[in-house]
Design a protein around this ligand. Sequence first.
Ligand code: MN
Length: 259
Amino acid sequence: MSLSSSFPLILVTNDDGIQSPGLHALAEGLRPLGDVVVVAPDRERSAVGHALTLHAPLRAEHLRDGWVAVDGTPTDCVNLGIHGLLERRPDLVVSGINRGGNMGDDITYSGTVAAAMEATLMGVPAFAISLVEGPFPLEAFFPSVRVAARVAEMILEHGIPGDTFLNVNVPRDCGNEVVFTRQGKRCYNEVVVENVDPRGRKYYWIGGGELGFEDEAGTDFHAVMRGHVSISPLHLDLTNYRALGQLSGWDLGDLFPGD
Ligand code: MN
């Protein structure tokens, strides 16, 4: 890939696959800000989380200038993009625009968010962006593209706090207001459907239940439900610092008596 070095280099990926209209709209919308290279999964890989392919080779197919399809996860795409496919280190990684919100506890499943995590691990500023509600024709992504372009501009101009990436969620009918939020909480009442396949074997299918969120002020869900763009700064340190203090009172006794 031949790229001029005068422009920032922006790596774009997603988890809905390289055919997704949200990815195409995003790549197009970021083009005025830099050299955009798309490295994305060759098929839908939603809900793969932060999976990295270690026990199989990965193939990268150059579809056209600046567009590469990888038969791996979003995390593979970022890893391979930064370490193998790009001529220089990107200045920014943008993941999305996902079909459907990535808020609250859901972000632990999200391939979209994991791609931004991976970039953060490699020391590259990143954000994930999701359109909360469908239907998802190409035009539905245009407001999110504007948001993405502004957030990208801000990061390229001002940088981002260390070890931090942004999780952006855009409601379907979004107004002008942008709210900085914390990660909300899901109400889990998910249903597992049990059924029998045509050969008489039992199968299970996760999902199908109506899922809700706790409608707490200050959260991603709360903002989006009110038509605001939500931006949550996230980091990879999963330590629960409050619990750390509480656990210091634990006495596990003499684990290896006689040593
Ligand atoms: Mn997805």
